[in-house]
Design a protein around this ligand. Structure first.
Ligand code: ZN
Ligand code: ZN
Length: 145
């Protein structure tokens, strides 16, 4: 599959990458749309001090569930439009333990501390998938922008 990779300041390329293999509890998501965020632009311009290069940018995701591994709830079905929460939460830091996983001090954002979604497919834990048959994959991209 193809992916977009930022190598460094004003340097971007298209790479060939293995399609992800699903682990238990993961969802394979087919990417249809990705918003180009201001933070991705900062990375491209060499002005994002948080970023780990090279990196696949993209965290505003409009996608469709392609496949599910064992351990994924039945509410997440192949063919359903979805977006993906682009953050991680460790579960152990003070913020996580106080019910504020959005403020996890060890958060890793797609396209910043880890590879993002500007590729044909990504595999993610089912808990990060927000799927809804009533929303189109294009409309999902605006949720995070
Ligand atoms: Zn953004
Ligand atoms: Zn945490």
């Amino acid at each position: 599959m193809k992916a977009i990779q930022i190598l460094g300041e004003k340097s971007v390329t298209v790479i060939e990458k293995e399609k992800p293999q699903l682990q238990t509890g993961e969802v394979l998501v087919k990417i249809n749309y990705v918003g180009f965020c201001g933070s991705d632009l900062s990375t491209f311009l060499g002005k994002n001090p948080m970023v780990k290069l090279p990196v696949i940018p993209g965290h505003e995701i409009g996608a469709v569930v392609e496949a599910v591994a064992p351990g994924v709830p039945e509410s997440i079905k192949p063919g359903t439009a979805c977006t993906v929460n682009p953050y991680t939460n460790c579960g152990y830091c003070p913020s996580c333990r106080n019910g504020r996983p959005n403020a996890c001090q060890f958060n890793q954002t797609f396209g910043v501390q880890r590879n993002g979604a500007m590729s044909d497919y990504i595999a993610v834990p089912w808990q990060k998938v927000i799927a809804d048959e009533a929303i189109s994959s294009r409309d999902f991209t605006v949720l995070f922008s």
